[in-house]
Design a protein around this ligand. Structure first.
Ligand code: HEM
Length: 396
């Protein structure tokens, strides 16, 4: 169905309450196509919401590119300067080459090896918070685990990890507060400077980490190496932290879930997929048309930016029964929380293993998760995430 409404869907104030789901559901059910006037983006953009339309925009042979950028604000006339260099905003040969190089470091086998690290992190966090004061999961648990895992993948030496984890938390915390006198943007720049040093160290003494792997390709410039370390850093941290926080939110609010995970009544891998669908931390992805395209009956010329809203697709009533309800045994579960098509998340196996370990460890050691207050949501458009989730963990 063709719908033209004029509202700037890139306004982060629209997403700070759960009303966002009602709006998304309405748009998905209508299979709407909404135009946003220039505002959050310089030239405006179209939005799609239904599972069908989002999959069509992101699909393997769709006439769309991410090379101009994959977030609201970029388009053909205002391209992302990382386009053609960083995996998520490159296409064709560069994209294929980067996936081939980086893929093995994030594969299921590599992820399994990292699961001990995840277990140690979760267990350390639970030691601190069990039967204790109120714990803000969004600050104390969600961020720590993915940051530690990404440090291992990058090959950050043990002595630098706490510093990098702190910087990462600040850079991707989604808040504007200062940390060590730095804004989140400055913290991110500090990380990029650190990557430069790490590259120097790995050049002198290579290991089996991401930096060393990227350095094996002579065609990649130092800039390419830094950008692709950053891609894994952002991809691994920004979203996973909210999925982990959401898993604890589900434990606190879905009756019987803790017991079912502990006693095998629920299949953990199936629960993981429901956490991913229900939380959908990647809120949108943008593409630009590469030729004449018809979407939802509307003809779009080349160079048109189109945004797919993943949480809307993941609660599309045409695909998911009772979409707002967390169903531990939901099957099939064709969510597109990891995107779809050529850029489908390369870290999906790792994210799934992180979530499975969190679910198992919490269920093993905790008898109840009490929600102390309703969650507060981030004021953001790139990630759908938790600003605060205060709970009490009651041990077994
Ligand atoms: C790509 C979501 C975890 C690394 C993507 C995309 C989505 C996504 C939607 C596609 C972007 C696009 O189409 O433009 C998620 C979610 C995660 C998660 C929801 C956790 C719950 C991770 C982790 C890593 C990672 C743990 C690595 C440590 C990447 C990379 C890409 C990517 C490298 C680019 C793939 C490509 O362009 O071919 N992710 N991600 N992600 N993700 Fe993830």
């Amino acid at each position: 169905m063709q719908t033209t409404k004029t509202v700037d869907l890139g306004d982060p104030d629209l997403y700070t309450t759960l009303d966002r789901h009602a709006r998304w559901r309405e748009h998905a059910a209508e299979d709407a196509m909404v135009w946003s006037e220039p505002g959050s983006s310089p030239t405006g953009f179209w939005s799609v919401f239904s599972h069908r339309a989002c999959a069509a925009v992101l699909g393997p042979n769709a006439p769309f590119t991410s090379e101009y950028g994959m977030m609201i604000g970029f388009d053909r006339d205002h391209p992302d300067t990382s386009g053609g260099q960083m995996m998520v905003v490159s296409e064709q040969d560069q994209h294929r080459k980067l996936r081939k190089l980086v893929g093995p470091l994030l594969s299921r086998a590599a992820a399994k090896k990292l699961s001990d690290r995840v277990r140690t992190e979760v267990s350390g966090v639970l030691d601190r918070v069990l039967d204790g004061e109120v714990c803000d999961v969004a600050a104390e648990i969600g961020p720590r685990i993915p940051a530690a895992v990404v440090c291992d993948i990058l090959g950050v030496p043990a002595e630098d990890q706490d510093m990098l984890i702190d910087l990462t938390n600040h850079a991707f915390g989604g808040e504007d507060a200062l940390f060590d006198g730095m804004t989140p943007r400055q913290a991110h720049t500090e990380i990029l400077v650190y990557f430069d040093e790490l590259i120097g160290a790995r050049r002198a003494s290579p290991g089996d980490d991401l930096v060393s792997t990227l350095l094996t390709d002579d065609e990649l410039s130092i800039d390419d190496v830094v950008l692709n370390c950053d891609n894994v850093l952002i991809g691994g941290n920004e979203t996973t932290r909210h999925a982990i926080t959401g898993a604890v939110h589900a434990f606190a609010t879905v009756p019987g879930l803790l017991d079912q995970v502990r006693d095998g009544g629920a299949d953990v891998d199936t629960v993981v997929d429901e956490v991913l669908r229900w939380t959908s931390p990647a809120m949108h992805v943008l593409r630009v048309t590469t030729g004449d395209v018809t979407i939802n009956g509307r003809d779009l010329p080349p160079g048109t930016p189109v945004v797919a809203w993943l949480p809307a697709a993941n609660r599309d009533p045409a695909v998911f029964d009772d979409p707002d309800t967390f169903r531990p045994g939901r099957k099939p579960n064709r969510h597109i929380a990891f995107g779809h098509g050529m850029h489908h998340c390369l870290g999906s196996a790792l994210a799934r293993i992180e979530l499975a370990v969190v679910l198992r460890e919490v269920a093993e050691r905790v008898s109840r998760v009490d929600l102390v207050a309703e969650p507060a949501w981030l004021r953001a458009i790139v990630v759908q995430g938790y600003r605060e989730l205060p709970v009490r963990f009651i041990g077994r």
